[in-house]
Design a protein around this ligand. Structure first.
Ligand SMILES: *Cc1c(COP(=O)(O)O)cnc(C)c1O
Length: 391
């Protein structure tokens, strides 16, 4: 027991720190991402928080893409700010010169999403990795929407990958969970002055120097030994067991999600009531070229669109859907839909909405794995009924 507590011996002694079921699932996700190790967390939010606070503390600074998940945005700009960690939100499409200006001497990490939820902005991972590395800090990418089936950010230079496993990985709205995967590529010791937590003795662990004692596994070991120990945001083993069932069909579901989303996007594009459609997998989309580069086999099942009737029409359209469910959840086997301006992002004003890449009339449509013809038939009848109800 003493040796286990001293981290001298590998083994299991308390599930908040490590559990064999959770470890098996984390190892599977790490393998899918091409990383060297990973840890499951209680939620995607916990994954983002731990991934960042494992290397940032009071007085530090983060550069993050402005187009990220609403929960991540709030975590960074409100809660972490309260903890003394500053963030600069940047336009992911800005030039390298413009992005350079966001870095400070105390910058410790760069953060972004492969495909932003719900803005569907595709991150130029190579551009962000190059910038992060030029400043001696790691790039952390939230790969929730693309999943490693469609994109492996580590192959493009990302150092750490995070997930909300609640979405496609679980795939069936069964469990909330998250995961952090480390590539093992970032050389903490080469930037020791920036990362004292990784490179100087941890007095709460008999003076262990994580980057020294555990080498490439130092980052994950620290996240577990320090943060998981103190914060307790571990994933329940039963949830990990259910998540594993989802992972077993992820490679079959993702191509179907992409195919269905593309068909719905094409249908909407040609509909007279539809003002605009955004789907990175759709030729002509602003992010089509970046999507082709980073996700040649498909992006995800989520698309967004706006109706000519605006915010009002969006609400009526959703009221008439029969197959698609109005739920907060997204990236599920079942088709689901949401109006961020009146649901997930309701705490943001119109200006902040636009900054986060969310137009007030935006409908987030998450194509499931049902028959595409059924999904389109539902959209068709709801658009017609919404139009009639307006008259
Ligand atoms: C849902 C989501 C999160 C947060 O995950 P939870 O499991 O809900 O805590 C983080 N990032 C992205 C991209 C998400 O879609």
């Amino acid at each position: 027991m003493g040796r286990l507590f001293d981290l001298e011996e590998e083994g299991y002694f308390y599930s908040r720190l490590a559990n064999p079921t959770c470890d098996a699932v984390a190892a599977k996700i790490a393998a899918l991402e091409g990383g060297i190790g990973g840890v499951l967390t209680s939620s995607g939010q916990a994954a983002t928080f731990l991934a960042l606070t494992n290397i940032c503390s009071e007085g530090d600074h983060i550069v993050s893409s402005a187009t990220i998940y609403g929960g991540s945005s709030n975590l960074l700009t409100v809660t972490m700010k309260r903890m003394g960690i500053e963030v600069t939100l940047v336009d992911p499409d800005a030039s390298e010169e413009e992005l350079e200006a966001a870095f400070r001497p105390n910058t410790k990490a760069v953060f972004g999403e492969t495909i932003a939820n719900p803005a569907l902005v595709v991150l130029d991972i190579e551009k962000f990795a190059k910038l992060a590395h030029a400043h001696g800090v790691p790039l952390i990418v939230d790969n929730t929407f693309a999943t490693p089936i469609n994109c492996r950010p580590i192959e493009w230079g990302a150092d750490i990958v995070t997930h909300s496993t609640t979405k496609y990985m679980d795939g069936h709205a069964s469990t909330v969970g998250g995961c952090i995967v480390d590539s093992g590529n970032f050389d903490w010791m080469a930037h020791a002055e920036k990362f004292p937590g990784m490179c100087t003795p941890d007095e709460s662990y008999h003076g262990i120097v994580y980057a020294e004692k555990f080498g490439k596994m130092g980052y994950i070991q620290k996240a577990v030994a320090q943060l998981m120990r103190d914060l307790g945001t571990c994933q329940a083993p039963m949830n990990a067991f259910i998540l594993n069932l989802g992972l077993e069909s992820l490679h079959l579901r993702m191509p179907r999600h992409c195919e269905n989303a593309r068909k719905v996007a094409e249908y909407l594009q040609n509909h007279p009531e539809v003002g605009w459609v955004e789907y990175p997998g759709l030729p002509g989309d602003k992010y089509y070229d970046l999507a082709k580069k980073y996700m040649p086999n498909g992006t995800c099942g989520v698309l967004s669109f706006g109706l000519k009737g605006g915010r009002d029409m969006a609400v009526r359209f959703m009221d008439h859907l029969k197959l698609a469910a109005i739920v907060t959840h997204v990236a599920d086997a079942r088709t689901c839909v949401l109006h961020p301006a009146s649901h997930t992002h309701r705490q943001l004003n119109d200006e902040q909405l636009v900054e986060a890449g969310v137009r007030p009339d935006l409908i987030r449509f998450s194509a499931g794995i049902e028959d595409a013809a059924d999904i389109i038939a539902d959209v068709e009848q709801a658009l017609e009924a919404a139009k009639q109800s307006k008259l």
